[in-house]
Design a protein around this ligand. Structure first.
Ligand SMILES: [Zn+2]
Length: 266
C-alpha cells in the first residue's frame, strides 16, 4: 500500500504534466466507483498535491476550486498518457481526458477510491505532515498527548501524523534507535528530537528513491521504486542488523508485522 514517499513521488511526477491543463471529460469505467464526475469539463488543474497517503488535484472551475482526491489503497495506480499514445484498457477504472492527454486510474483489486470535495480541509487528513519544517520536538510531544501507545502503533495513527504506513513505521524507529514497543509518553525530549530527525531522513530518502516497491506499487511512469534495496529492518526478520550485527526480529503488533533490532533499539 503506497505510503507518504510513494504518493509524494507520484504527485511530483504528475504535477508538471497536469498543472494548467483543462479537463475535457471524465469517464468512470468501474461502477464500483461511486464518484460522479459531474461538471468537471472545462475546469483547469491548478495543483497536484499529496495529503498524507492520498493524492489530490485542485480543480478550478467557474464556481471556484474543488479537490479531487485519489486513495490508491492496495493496487491503485495513476499514470499519464499523452494524446495519441496507446494505453491498455486492462484494470482501467477511470479516465480523465485533459487537453493533450489522459490521466489513467488503474486498479486490479479495485479497493481504490475517487472523491471530490469543496474544501481542502475536508479532503485532507487530520494529522500533521511528517515532513513539515515546522514539526519541532515540542510539537511532536504535543501530538503524543500523553498517549501510552507503543511507538510503532502510534506512528500509524493518521490523526496524529499523516502518511506513515507499515513499512516506514518499522524503518523510522530503527533509524531513531528506539524500540517500536516504547510507549510514546515515555520518550524524552532528546529521544523525541531523534525521532523527528528520523522521520525526515527516512521519509526524505525514500522519496529520493521514488518509494518502495515490494509488490504492486509503481510510480506515475509505471516504474518500480528503488527504496526496497535500502530498507534496514522491514521484511528482514532473522537477518543481520547493519548497525550492530545483531539479529533483526519480527513481532506482530495489532495483527501487523513489525521489525526491529533488539541489539540497538531501546
Ligand atoms: Zn542492531
Amino acid at each position: 500500500m503506497p505510503e507518504l514517499p510513494e504518493v509524494e513521488t507520484i504527485a511530483r511526477q504528475l504535477a508538471p504534466l497536469l498543472s494548467g491543463r483543462r479537463v475535457e471529460r471524465a469517464e468512470i469505467l468501474d461502477p464500483k466507483l461511486t464518484f460522479k464526475p459531474d461538471a468537471l469539463a472545462g475546469s483547469v488543474v491548478e495543483r497536484v498535491m499529496r495529503l498524507g497517503k492520498r493524492l489530490v488535484l485542485e480543480i478550478l472551475g467557474k464556481k471556484g476550486s474543488r479537490f479531487l482526491r485519489f486513495d490508491l489503497r492496495m493496487t491503485g495506480r495513476l499514470t499519464w498518457s499523452s494524446a495519441g499514445q496507446d494505453f491498455s484498457p486492462k484494470h482501467l477504472r477511470a479516465v480523465f481526458t485533459l487537453a493533450g492527454g489522459n490521466l489513467l486510474f488503474y486498479d486490479p483489486r479495485r479497493f481504490g477510491t475517487i472523491e471530490i470535495f469543496a474544501n481542502l480541509r475536508d479532503a485532507g487528513p487530520t494529522g500533521v505532515e511528517p515532513l513539515d519544517p515546522g514539526l519541532s520536538p515540542e510539537k511532536l510531544r504535543g501530538l503524543f498527548a500523553g498517549s501510552r501507545q507503543a511507538l510503532k502503533i502510534w506512528l500509524l495513527r493518521q490523526d496524529r501524523l499523516s502518511g506513515i504506513g507499515n513499512i516506514y513505521a518499522s524503518e523510522v524507529p530503527f533509524a531513531a534507535g528506539l524500540s517500536p514497543l516504547r510507549p510514546v509518553n515515555e520518550l524524552s525530549r532528546e529521544e523525541t528530537e531523534t525521532l523527528r530527525d528520523a522521520l525526515r531522513s527516512v521519509l526524505g530518502e525514500a522519496v529520493k528513491n521514488r518509494g518502495t516497491t515490494l509488490s504492486d506499487y509503481r510510480d506515475a511512469r509505471g516504474a518500480r521504486g528503488a527504496h526496497q534495496g535500502h530498507l534496514k529492518v522491514y521484511r528482514r526478520g532473522n537477518e543481520t542488523c547493519t548497525r550492530c550485527g545483531g539479529r533483526i526480529e519480527r513481532i506482530v503488533l495489532r495483527g501487523r508485522s513489525t521489525f526491529f533490532c533488539p541489539g540497538c533499539q531501546f
